[in-house]
Design a protein around this ligand. Structure first.
Ligand code: OOG
Ligand code: NI
Length: 267
């Protein structure tokens, strides 16, 4: 599989989970804009056999290069940024939840999910658009996880798949600031994540970002119980050049910390 085929699979899964993304992308195209992805993000659990290090080989196989690590102490997350093999392919942001820092009750629920995963399944690149690799969790366990970590509840219910795509504002010609992009998105009827402010980051940190609040969808929990939970969101990013003249290639942890909250079920 080459990187383009890989992203076609990811986009199909993402847009099915995130109907807003298809509509937002079309709206920008209808305005005459060229929509190019700045980055795509994934979430996982720091547990065998699905940790970040087990998923990373699929990115390396299609030509990605590890760039730098990020740490989120309060959210108990570790992440890595990856650079694409070609300029117009998206960067990748891959994060994992440090399950060993959670309460024994929450850790036990997550360990029970990871224990169901066949390592052979993880060795196939399609694991990155697989969704849950375990039987549905109970609604009670979902709520236990959510009380401690929104990220944990999200991974338990939604699984491993693209968490968001990101429109690269640098490629847009008419809508050139994050705030203008957010206003177009709100005009379509979608809500913006305002945690930490509508626009996260500044030109000084070389990256400005904004995002929608995740779509919500009925998901089946254990025993056929169905509940509407947050799925995935759309992000918008504008990069500024570094001293060498290249656009800043990384992520900004303080901004990412707030972008994560785009999937919070409690708002
Ligand atoms: C990732 C949040 C961070 C960024 O661009 O800083 C992020 C997530 O929600 O999984 O995407
Ligand atoms: Ni992002």
């Amino acid at each position: 599989m080459n990187a383009n085929e890989f992203f076609d699979h990811l986009w199909s899964d993402y847009v099915a989970m995130t109907p807003q993304a298809g509509r937002i992308k079309s709206a920008f195209e209808d305005r005459g804009e060229r929509v190019v992805n700045d980055h795509v993000a994934f979430r996982t659990l720091a547990l065998e056999p699905i940790g970040l290090k087990a998923l990373e080989p699929h990115l390396l196989a299609v030509g990605y290069t590890p760039y730098e690590p990020y740490d989120f102490k309060d959210k108990k997350l570790s992440a890595y940024g990856y650079l694409p093999p070609e300029p117009e392919l998206p960067r990748v942001f891959l994060s994992e939840l440090r399950v060993n820092e959670l309460s024994p009750a929450a850790a036990k629920i997550l360990e029970g999910l990871a224990a169901q995963v066949d390592p052979a399944r993880v060795a196939d690149p399609s694991v990155l658009w697989a969704g849950p690799l375990w039987e549905p969790v109970s609604w009670e366990d979902y709520q236990t996880l959510q009380a401690e970590s929104e990220y944990a509840a999200w991974v338990a219910s939604i699984g491993i798949r693209p968490n968001h795509f990101t429109i690269g504002i640098n490629y847009l010609e008419k809508t050139t600031s994050v705030e203008e992009v957010l206003q177009v998105v709100e005009g379509l009827g979608y809500q913006v994540n305002d945690s930490g402010g509508r626009v996260k980051g500044t030109p000084a940190v070389l990256l400005e970002q904004g995002s929608t609040l995740a779509d919500r969808m009925p998901i089946e929990f254990a025993g056929g119980d169905t509940h509407e939970v947050p799925t995935c969101y759309y992000e918008f990013a504008k990069r500024y050049p570094t001293e060498s003249g290249e656009l800043y290639p990384g992520f900004v942890a303080a901004s990412a910390d707030k972008i994560f909250e785009s999937t919070d079920a409690k708002r």
